[in-house]
Design a protein around this ligand. Structure first.
Ligand code: HEM
Length: 149
């Protein structure tokens, strides 16, 4: 688990990149597609809404880091959604690397080894939980009916 210090570091570094959210999310998805061009077809052609969804979801997850229940239930739902998008456990490491890369890029001199360690833990906690939830989707989980059309 994360120490109280790590949580503070992650939250304040997130606030810094959030100030340039469009820049950060553009770099993040560009990096994913650079590392794994084969992921591109899973994503929509126009990425603008997803970029906003991603950063606001990450904001909620980071905001609930010190409340394990909120964090984990948010990640459960997200994990079940991702199963429907065709996301597999082996996709998670690439996205994690792209996230760390875009955070490092956005934070510049504020990015430290300690912060990297803390963010690695955060991503691992969220990804583990998402993958676990994705492995056993409940029948009733259809969060966005429009996606089935
Ligand atoms: C910390 C990890 C992640 C977070 C916070 C996250 C967040 C999100 C959010 C908020 C959405 C919008 C839809 C929704 O809320 O369900 C989304 C969609 C999506 N994500 Fe993720 N994601 C993560 C990891 C991944 C990974 C590992 C992949 C694998 C390539 C991935 C691929 C996708 C795809 C394909 C969509 C659907 C796009 C669409 O059709 O609109 N995500 N993600």
């Amino acid at each position: 688990m994360l120490t109280a210090e790590e949580i503070v570091g992650v939250k304040s570094s997130f606030d810094m990149v959030f100030a340039n959210a469009t820049d950060m999310t553009t770099a993040f998805y560009d990096r994913i597609f650079e590392l794994a061009p084969e992921f591109r077809p899973m994503f929509p052609g126009d990425m603008s809404i997803l970029k906003q969804d991603f950063i606001s979801k990450l904001s909620v997850l980071v905001g609930s880091l010190d409340q394990a229940t909120g964090l984990l239930s948010g990640a459960d739902l997200l994990g079940r959604n991702h199963l429907r998008y065709g996301v597999k456990p082996e996709h998670y490491p690439v996205v994690g690397e792209a996230l760390l890369w875009s955070l490092a890029r956005g934070l510049g001199p504020h990015w430290t080894d300690e912060l990297e360690q803390a963010w690695r833990k955060v991503y691992a906690i969220i990804a583990q939980r998402m993958m676990g939830a994705g492995a056993s989707p409940p029948q009733s989980s259809i969060p966005d009916a429009s996606r089935r059309m």
